[in-house]
Write a protein that binds this ligand. Structure first.
Ligand SMILES: Cc1cc2nc3c(=O)[nH]c(=O)nc-3n(C[C@H](O)[C@H](O)[C@H](O)COP(=O)(O)OP(=O)(O)OC[C@H]3O[C@@H](n4cnc5c(N)ncnc54)[C@H](O)[C@@H]3O)c2cc1C
Length: 396
């Protein structure tokens, strides 16, 4: 386990931990107003963390997928909603960076990638450009299945038409990175749609149960011109990521792991009597509940860290199953821990400004998140190894 925390990664975790108290202090306001954590993003930018996974030679901090996971876990401990939005931004840099480097691309695609990501990374590092990643359309479970967003090739780029539901950062991102397909070409394209382009609109209300600061309204694109320079990775690269680097789909879960830690932090303080109520720690039934909470968290973290220690290109069937298991353990573990925390702490713990009730609502959102929702992972695990030639279930 220790090798996950290299000195470089530890420094990055410390960098985000230093921002934590400020994030935690603002979290209730964002939650109450269902407003985007703009100040937190300004802090992330000032700390250089917009370029977390941008390679050092492009001016970034050079973190890999594991480094991102550890940073996201720490961020989730202080503000889960910020961590979830941060995930969308960082994922594009991972796709165009480490993940694309790990895949096989023909030389012309490799050359194209080099040119495109140079501009992508420059925008982030020099201009503080914020990216979102609205892939969901509400039609199919997989990010590579049933994409209805169309990218019609035109001179100099594409005309893009489609709708993306749950577009986190909908009002905050400068560029929405969407998946789309062109007529007579099944390869997936990752296109950066400028937020201010003609034909782009954000629809609907945003008043959800939890993760309220993510501002995940619907992105509508009506014949939007997207310059070809905003196609961040060569067509078909994302298909390869989905089948060969499927750990990508775990990226959301690290925020929820951090949220579990936040629930533990809060519960411990509450039981010690640091929340204005008398200590509760002496009662054996509280201690049993507290032990149970720790057990759930330790399982989720241990499994996640094991998967992080082996993640990379082309996992075998066992590794893939462990990744699904880690997802289920974390995404179901988070609401379980939050629910138990309320029982263990008692009625007064549910009263604001105590953040337990917010953690409880935020934690409930994780299991539903596609493409590796809890149900999808369980469905795939349920089929694995039971058929002579597969199916192990599609990776995405
Ligand atoms: C706070 C929040 C922020 C989000 N941000 C983003 C974002 O930035 N970008 C983005 O792309 N998406 C985002 N999502 C969307 C998310 O990943 C899902 O796409 C979305 O929650 C699906 O909602 P739905 O009602 O259409 O579910 P449905 O697709 O109707 O699914 C309903 C349930 O059925 C299960 N299910 C669906 N298909 C299958 C299947 N084939 N096998 C087994 N079970 C299945 C699902 O697990 C789910 O529990 C966000 C969601 C939330 C809650």
């Amino acid at each position: 386990m220790a090798e996950l925390f290299t000195p470089e990664r530890r420094q990055l975790v410390e960098r985000v931990a230093a921002l934590g108290p400020g994030f935690a202090q603002r979290a209730s306001r964002y939650d109450r107003d269902a407003s985007f954590p703009t100040e937190n993003w300004a802090d992330l930018r000032a700390a250089g963390l917009l370029g977390l996974c941008v390679p050092v030679e492009h001016g970034g901090l050079g973190a890999d997928f594991v480094g991102y996971a550890l940073v996201a876990e720490e961020l989730g401990r202080h503000c889960a909603t910020t961590a979830l939005t941060y995930n969308m931004h960082v994922c594009t840099t991972l796709l165009a960076g480490q993940l694309a480097d790990d895949l096989e691309l023909v030389p012309s695609d490799r050359e194209l990638l080099a040119a495109r990501r140079k501009e992508l990374f420059r925008g982030i590092v020099e201009a503080g450009v914020i990216h979102s990643q609205p892939f969901s359309e509400g039609t199919a479970a997989g990010a590579t299945a049933g994409i209805s967003t169309r990218a019609e090739p035109v001179p100099g780029g594409y005309r893009v038409t489609g709708r993306k539901i749950f577009a986190s950062l909908s009002g905050a991102a400068d560029i929405h990175d969407v998946v789309a397909v062109s007529p007579d070409d099944s390869r997936i394209r990752l296109l950066g749609v400028p937020a201010g382009a003609e034909g782009v609109s954000i629809e609907g209300e945003w008043d959800p149960l939890g993760m309220r600061g993510t501002d995940s309204r619907t992105l509508v694109m009506d014949d939007v011109f997207v310059p070809e320079s905003n196609e961040w990775i060569p067509a078909g690269t994302f298909d390869q990521v989905a089948s060969r680097w499927p750990y990508f789909y775990m990226s959301l879960s690290f925020a929820y792991l951090g949220l579990m830690r936040a629930v533990l932090d809060l519960t411990a303080a509450y039981l010690r009597g640091e929340h204005g109520t008398p200590p509760r720690r002496d009662h054996p039934v509280k201690q049993a509940g507290w032990a149970e909470m720790n057990l759930t968290y330790e399982r989720a973290q241990a499994l996640t860290y094991r998967v992080l220690a082996e993640c990379g290109v082309d996992p075998d069937a066992h590794a893939l199953r462990r990744a699904w298991s880690a997802m289920v353990t974390t995404m179901e573990g988070a609401p379980a821990v939050a629910s138990l925390a309320i029982r263990v702490c008692g009625g007064r713990s549910m009263l604001r400004p105590n953040r337990l009730e917010q953690h409880y609502r935020d934690a409930r959102c994780g299991a539903t998140m596609l493409p590796w929702s809890v149900e999808v992972c369980l469905e795939r695990m349920g089929r694995a190894d039971l058929y002579p030639d597969g199916p192990q279930g599609a990776a995405d």
